[in-house]
Structures are given as C-alpha cells and as structure tokens.
Design a protein around this ligand. Sequence first.
Ligand code: FES
Ligand code: FES
Length: 181
Amino acid sequence: MALRVNGVHHEVDLDHRVTLLDTLREHLDLTGAKKGCDHGQCGACTVLVEGRRANSCLLLAVALHGCEITTVEGLAGPDETLHPLQRAFMEHDAFQCGYCTPGQLCSAVGALREAAAGHPSHATAAAALAVPGPAALSAEEVRERLSGNLCRCGAYPAIVRAVTDAGADAAATAAGAEVTP
Ligand code: FES
Ligand code: FES
C-alpha cells in the first residue's frame, strides 16, 4: 500500500491489522506521534489525515491507502521554520516532559482549521452559532476543542494560552488578507 507522509511518498507491505501509529513508528521511523494508551483515550498519537486530526492508534493503515498524512515532523516548513503553534508552545513553555506535545500540536492545528472553517464546538455560545464564519477561540473554546488530548504533567494552562495566542494571530492574519486587495 502507498501513503504520503509529510509530503514524501512511501510504499509499505503490511499486515492488514497494523495501525497507522505503528506504521509511522515501526515502519517509517517517524516516532513523533506517541503511543500513550493505544485505545483512543489520550490523544498522544494524534496526526492529521487529509488535513483532519485523528487518533492514529485507532486507524488501520490499510484503510488509508493513498492518503496524505501529516505528523509533528511535518509541521515545520521546508526550511525548518517552525509552525506558528510550535513557536507559541515554546514561547509559553507549554510542556514539561513533552510526551503529549506532538499530539497536542497536531490536534491544535486541526482545531484551528476547524474553527476557521466555522465548525462550532460544545463550548460555542448559542449566539455565535447564528453568525456564520470563523469561530472565535476563547480559552474555554480551546479547552473544549483540545479536551481529547491529555497531559499527565498538567501543562494545560500554558497549552491553552499558546493555542489561544496562535489562534488569535491566525485570525488576525486571515482578516488582514481579506481586506488586502
Ligand atoms: S495512543 Fe492513541 S489515543 Fe492514546
Ligand atoms: S508535557 Fe508531559 S505529558 Fe504533557
């Protein structure tokens, strides 16, 4: 089967029971995505599949033939420029041991995309639901949207600050692009 991971084409010959997480870690030497629970409970294995966040421990690689996968190794630009969320995590010191961080980052990338596309969360105020367009990301929104990513070190306050800041920057950039002819 073929997978495109971080822009690189891979062909792998796998047992059909192998998960995407094990494919990345054991067959492609991409160990950024972490195995925490292996049961879809902790979010440490989060990657982006066709641009949408997913727990890679719950996906069978064989079902993803031809898909585009992005892992934490692929978030930085081609010249190694850090992704804005990676910079925000560093600026806010949003980790301790770092085990959950790859999953937090991939999940945050997906969450910001979902908010920018106008997808509401459980924390989105009823009044905001009536207004089409990007969802504003309050700290409460970030906590809800990243609630599937656990951090055993309890770095949550700094993670929320980092994602809220990066979300505000992304929204400001998008607004600037809209008014710039
Ligand atoms: S390792 Fe996949 S959710 Fe925990
Ligand atoms: S920084 Fe240690 S688990 Fe999150």
